[in-house]
Design a protein around this ligand. Structure first.
Ligand SMILES: Nc1ncnc2c1ncn2[C@@H]1O[C@H](COP(=O)(O)OP(=O)(O)OP(=O)(O)O)[C@@H](O)[C@H]1O
Length: 219
């Protein structure tokens, strides 16, 4: 469960990114985050991953106060999170398979087991046949699906995706969204930011931000 309790974030004297946000996302829920550029969507997602801390208020993940987390606790939090952020690009000098194996190898998995899990993750996003390719040989949408495979290979409880369909054509965007929805359907909580009206129109729940404020949710 993700809970924001009166969360504000101020980057500088005149740089308020989030204002007094309160909402709850239940375990297993799929929620979209909408709002114009600069509305605070990335900031909100980063707070759940302890990449930014609230200036005031609390962010709770499974009851744990993320803003109060000590540095040593952050890797444990992140192990439960699948992050699909612009900052975390694929490594272009390694194969698709090596990129997806990486989170497992850094947490101490044996190479054989990591490869098996990485192949299974690539299969889930429909890219097993591209395992040996270099990321740059793939389309933008395929690269984004590799990022999803890498994000879920550790079997996180929560996926956070920041504009995963930005710069993709309609067909590629649909495949990316389908891949995310497949993880939701097996119980993973998903929070996905998007500008895409077509995706948002089809969403069961949308949290809408405007200049850092929560707009009333549509029923
Ligand atoms: N590290 C930072 N330092 C200072 N100001 C920041 C920082 N990150 C974001 N901001 C400011 O906070 C506000 C919200 O930014 P944020 O990136 O969260 O919005 P966003 O809705 O994700 O926008 P976009 O869709 O363009 O990514 C903006 O005014 C932005 O300039």
């Amino acid at each position: 469960m993700i809970e924001f309790q009166h969360v504000s974030k101020q980057y500088s004297a005149d740089g308020v990114a989030l204002r007094d946000l309160s909402f709850t996302i239940a375990k297993g829920e799929l929620v979209y985050l909408a709002g114009p550029s600069g509305a605070g969507k990335s900031t909100l997602l980063k707070m759940i991953a302890a990449m930014e801390r609230p200036s005031s208020g609390k962010v709770l993940v499974n009851g744990q106060d993320i803003g109060a987390l000590k540095r040593a606790g952050i890797p444990f939090l992140r192990r439960n999170l699948g992050l699909i952020f612009q900052e975390q690009r694929l490594l272009n000098d390694r194969s698709v398979l090596a990129n997806v194996m990486m989170p497992l190898l850094v947490t101490g998995s044996a190479r054989g087991a990591a490869e098996q899990r990485a192949r299974a993750a690539l299969d889930k996003v429909g890219l097993l046949d591209r395992a040996d390719a270099q990321p740059l040989a793939l389309s933008g949408g395929e690269q984004q699906r590799v990022s999803i495979a890498r994000a879920i290979v550790n079997r996180p409880q929560i996926i956070l995706a920041d504009e995963p369909t930005a710069n993709l054509d309609r067909a590629s965007a649909s495949k990316v969204i389908d891949a995310l929805h497949a993880f939701h359907s097996v119980g993973v909580t998903c929070l996905i930011s998007s500008h895409d009206e077509q995706i948002l129109d089809a969403a069961a729940r949308v949290i809408h931000l405007e200049r850092g404020e929560l707009m009333k949710e549509a029923a």
